[in-house]
Every structure is written in C-alpha cells, then in structure tokens.
Design a protein around this ligand. Structure first.
Ligand code: PBG
Ligand code: ZN
Length: 322
C-alpha cells in the first residue's frame, strides 16, 4: 500500500521533502513617507504600520538592514495636492527627498519607487481627470516625468501602479532617454480593482473623492485578461511583473507563473494584512502560523518576490528558526 505518511513521520523527514521555502531574500517592505518633522504616525487600520517623516525613517531602516531585507517600496504623502499631482514629479518632492536620504546611508538596499499619481492628486485618482474619467495618454506624460524624477533621486526599481495602457513602454523610453538604461521596471501588471486596498487608502491618504478605479484597474472576475496584462507589460519592457492582491488571486499567480519565466512578484495588500492583524488581536488565530502559511501559499503559487506589510515579522521569524 502507498503510505504517504512515511514522509511525514518527523520534522527532519518533513524538512527533507519540503517543496517550498520562504527566504528573507524574497521580501519587500512597503514604507510610507510623509512631509514634516518628527512623525511616526500609526495607521489606525494597519497595526504596526506607520507614516514616517524623513528625519525619523532611520529607525525603520536600521531594523530593515539588520534583518537583511533586500528591498523597500516607497509611497509618499505630500504636503499639498493638486489636480495634476505635481508633487509626484517635483525633484524636491517627499519621495525624491526620501530616496536621496535612504540611498546615502543604505547603499545595498534596493529602493523601489511606486509610480502613480493618486497620493498627489486632489481628487485621489491615479491620473489626469476629464469628465469624471482618467485620461490615459495625458497621464502617461506625468507618469514618465515622475519615473525620471525618482530615477534621478536614485530609485533602483520603478514600479508603476496606475494601470494606464502603454505606461511601461512610455516609462521605459523616458528612463532610457534620460540615461537610466539600467534602472528596472517592476510593473503592477495584473492589478485588480479590489476592496482589499481599503486600509492602504488611509495609510497613503489616497482614496478617490468620487467614483472608483474600475475604468483602469482590472475587473476581478477576469483571470485570462490578467495573462494578457502581464504579456503586454513584458512586451513593453517590464523586467518584473506583479499580481495584486495576493491571496484571493493565487489562481492568477499560478497560471502566470506557468506561462512565463519572468520574475514574478505578488503584493500581499493592506486589507489582507489588516484582516490577519484584527483576528490575531482578538486571539482568534495564531498570527505567526497564519502569516507563514500565507507566505508559503503565495510562493507555492509561483511568486518569487513578496511585497508584504508582514516583512519585518517574517524576516524575524525566519531568523529565529535558523
Ligand atoms: C496606488 C496604489 C494602491 C496600492 C498600491 N499602490 C492603492 C490603489 O490602487 O487604490 C494598494 C496597496 C495596498 O492595499 O496595500 N495606485
Ligand atoms: Zn494610484
């Protein structure tokens, strides 16, 4: 008789046959930087996550560097917002200043800059609004400017999260024309219009003031379309592609991972984080075990890179078990 249990007899045996691992090398830690001084402002809907001013951000970066986490993903919260999100492509903007500050002391840390306008526009949409909709091609110009501006500040990876058509090609060309041929693009390729972004919009102060993002982010009913989004970003020059959110989209992750050799990232988004935190705080689940199971699920489905608000905890737990 086949006895599957033979390979489960003890932890050493299980370790030997284990198929999937999470490593600190896979982790990206999102960070929110805010204009101002002496700020470490907790995000109410995301326990353990803060908005940081640049003068205090070293507290977080020291932990990240001790844990040897390879990359951070930066989001900026500007002092002023306007119709065209002009702080997004101001060389003296919050994200640009933060990147310069971070790169000065953390040479080996990869800084990924999220490129999108929604944190910077007065209406909270991801681009230029006309007649209550976002104009694709006008938005491309501004995204190109933001990409070049963050590259100039020192960003290693440019991560467009806006979901405009043609933005990867446009940004690639803008980067190349400005001499940044070796800065890579991590495209939010299959980004779904999701209620799981709720807490992020508190953290980044980026909720749209009217309507929703359904004319540019994907309909979550569509798995095949997600493949087309990934391949179009690859054709346009993306170096890394992404599926977002993570846990409700493991099928999408799996099918993309089977169809391409490109490095695949997954974004374990704010709502996924907050749900785990809330249940753990109530004593309803074991936080560490749930989080590690979630991490493995995303890797098993085919992700190489995991962007997660649990990054610091996961890195600590991995260290402890070594
Ligand atoms: C901005 C952006 C969002 C997230 C990452 N970049 C929000 C949105 O599109 O509404 C979501 C991240 C999260 O929920 O953790 N375009
Ligand atoms: Zn946006």
């Amino acid at each position: 008789m086949f006895r599957m249990r033979r390979l489960r007899v003890n932890e050493t045996m299980r370790r030997l046959v284990r198929e999937t691992k999470v490593s600190v090398d896979d982790l990206v830690c999102p960070i929110f930087v805010k204009e101002g001084n002496d700020i470490k402002e907790p995000v109410d809907s995301m326990p353990g996550i803060y908005q940081w001013s640049i003068d205090r951000i070293d507290e977080e970066l020291d932990v990240i560097s001790k844990l040897n986490i390879p990359a951070i993903l930066l989001f900026g919260i500007p002092k002023k917002k306007d119709e065209l999100g002009s702080e997004a492509y101001n060389d003296e903007g919050i994200v640009q200043k933060a990147i310069r500050h971070i790169k000065e002391k953390n040479k080996d840390l990869l800084v990924i800059a999220d490129v999108c306008l929604c944190e910077y526009t007065s209406h909270g949409h991801c681009g230029v609004v006309h007649d209550h909709d976002v104009d694709n091609d006008e938005t491309l110009e501004l995204l190109g400017k933001m990409a070049v501006s963050v590259a100039k500040a020192g960003a290693d990876i440019i991560a467009p999260s806006d979901m405009m058509d043609g933005r990867v090609e446009f940004i690639r060309k803008a980067l190349d024309d400005n001499g940044f041929v070796n800065r890579s693009i991590m495209a939010y390729s299959a980004k779904f219009a999701s209620a799981y972004y709720g807490p992020f919009r508190d953290a980044a102060d980026s909720a749209p003031s009217f309507g929703d993002r359904k004319t540019y982010q994907m309909d979550y009913c569509n798995g095949k379309e997600a493949i087309r989004e990934c391949f179009s970003d690859i054709d346009e020059g993306a170096d890394i592609i992404m599926v977002k959110p993570g846990l409700a989209y493991l099928d999408v992750l799996k099918s993309i991972s089977e169809q391409t050799e490109y490095p695949l990232a997954v974004y374990n988004v704010s709502g996924e984080y907050s749900m785990v935190k809330a249940a753990a705080r109530n004593g309803w689940i074991d936080e560490k075990r749930i989080v590690m199971e979630n991490m493995i699920a995303m890797k098993r489905a085919g992700a190489k890179i995991i962007i997660t608000y649990h990054a610091l905890d996961v890195a600590k737990w991995l260290n402890e078990s070594n």
